[in-house]
Design a protein around this ligand. Structure first.
Ligand code: BJ8
Length: 423
């Protein structure tokens, strides 16, 4: 593997602290991922990405910057990548998924804030993640209160543009979101020095739609009675999609989907027959947060779907690419993005409808509704999720978790008991 230290040093990283992170990640990945049996061969690509996660892609981003391109860091699936790509910018997801970054975040944020926000702020301020260093600009969004305040803190350290999310989905909110997308386009044009044209935006829509289509194929395969891929592996594919090049992401996802379809035809499952099929709903699981999937899949269950932003919310619904003027294209983008159902919206029956629909499509035996500690949005909405699932006759278990592992054994006991009840 290439020596990445000169690159990290040039990025102004804290090498000593970063070494500590580099020491724990491979061990965790080995225990959680490489210990799995009968994995699809095409997971080798994703293993390779993780093995050099702070090397290969950051170097690609730096090479692109040397060619005059700009990198935009994002934190939410409502931010339309297409606008950035249309101006020849590059998007990289930045949500922090490791407890390692939390203490640094807690220096400037209250402890009673969700770990995803604390880790994201900590990764930047602690200078221990190259993606947070490479990005020329961050794009935030006003989805939850914690994020809104985090942008103010991060904005003192890095150029930041914040998109003002509507909280409802009425026609006037839709119009507002179109305006926010147009504003983003202006900021991106100014930062990149490139004009967005109907042609460049149409090409960007095509590229991101292709990525969504390829990821959907993997999820489609997970609907089969023969489960061709573990939930952990599928989660990793989506987590990596957030920062990989979108065209390569589609190619690799297509290759993996080909293999999964062949496995289904050959009856090759990664789980014994009769393993209980579980859907996980709730807050996103940013890399390297693999905790809940690992607990379920080492307790005798199989995760076959995630209703989350590191799951179906990321890739469901294509953008209509038939328009040929920028105003119509921005409207088409707003249509697609406002179709995502995050708990930050009110009312939010459409998310409940999604959950019931997905539970049926993936033929699940039970649902585990998970929220990160201090995420009041998903915590509060959990009641309606549970009620709706119970009414539909689908068993549900609600769990709260944090990034650290202190609750792991308690969670395992509850998951095992839930799986037993499903039996
Ligand atoms: S569209 S889920 S990516 S906001 S877990 S930071 S909500 S307190 S991440 Fe999210 Fe966009 Fe919604 Fe998806 Fe706040 Fe909750 Fe923390 Fe969250």
């Amino acid at each position: 593997m290439a020596d990445r230290r000169p690159m990290w040093e040039n990025l102004g990283m804290d090498l000593e602290a970063h070494d500590q992170l580099c020491a724990v990640l491979p061990v965790a990945f080995g225990d959680i991922y490489l210990s799995q049996e009968n994995r699809p061969e095409n997971m080798a690509f994703y293993d390779m990405v993780v093995a050099d996660i702070h090397g290969i892609r950051p170097q690609e981003l730096l090479d692109a910057q040397a060619d005059g391109r700009k990198v935009f860091g994002t934190f939410c699936v409502y931010v339309p990548d297409e606008v950035i790509i249309a101006a020849d910018g590059i998007v990289t997801g930045l949500c922090g998924g490791s407890q390692f970054w939390v203490p640094e975040g807690e220096k400037v944020l209250p402890k009673s804030m969700c770990p995803l926000i604390k880790a994201s702020v900590g990764a930047r301020l602690g200078r221990t993640c190259p993606y947070f260093r490479v990005a020329d600009m961050y794009i935030g969004e006003t989805t939850c209160d914690g994020k809104k305040k985090a942008w103010e803190i991060l904005g003192e350290d890095v150029p930041m543009h914040v998109m003002d999310m509507p909280q409802m989905k009425r026609p006037r909110d839709h119009e507002k979101w179109v305006g926010e997308i147009e504003d983003l386009a202006g900021v991106v044009e100014e930062t990149t020095g490139n004009e967005i044209t109907p042609e460049s935006l149409s090409e960007a829509i095509r590229i991101v739609n292709e990525k969504r289509r390829a990821l959907s194929r993997i999820y489609e395969a997970r609907k089969s009675k023969t489960i061709p891929i573990s939930g952990k592996d599928a989660l990793l594919v989506v987590q990596i999609a957030f920062f990989d090049d979108p065209e390569r992401c589609a190619q690799m996802a297509d290759k993996l989907a080909d293999e999964l379809e062949q496995r289904i035809a050959d009856g090759v499952s990664v789980f014994p027959e009769g393993t209980k099929r579980i859907m996980i709903t709730g807050t996103p699981m940013a890399i390297p947060n693999w905790k809940m999937h690992h607990l379920v899949e080492t307790s005798g269950g199989a995760v076959v779907c995630e209703e989350s932003c590191t799951g179906t919310r990321y890739f469901e619904h294509q953008v209509d690419n038939s328009a040929d003027t920028l105003p119509e294209q921005y409207k088409a983008l707003a249509d697609r993005y406002l179709n995502i159902n995050c708990a930050c919206f009110t009312p939010n029956e459409t998310r409940i409808e999604d959950i019931i629909r997905l539970a049926k499509e993936y033929d699940v035996d039970g649902v585990i509704d998970v929220h990160l500690k201090f995420c009041t949005l998903y915590d509060t909405e959990s009641e309606s999720v549970q009620d709706a699932l119970k009414k539909a006759g689908i068993p549900v278990l609600a769990l709260e978790t944090d990034y650290d592992d202190s609750d792991a054994e308690q969670l395992r006991t509850r998951i095992e008991a839930f799986l037993e009840v499903l039996d």
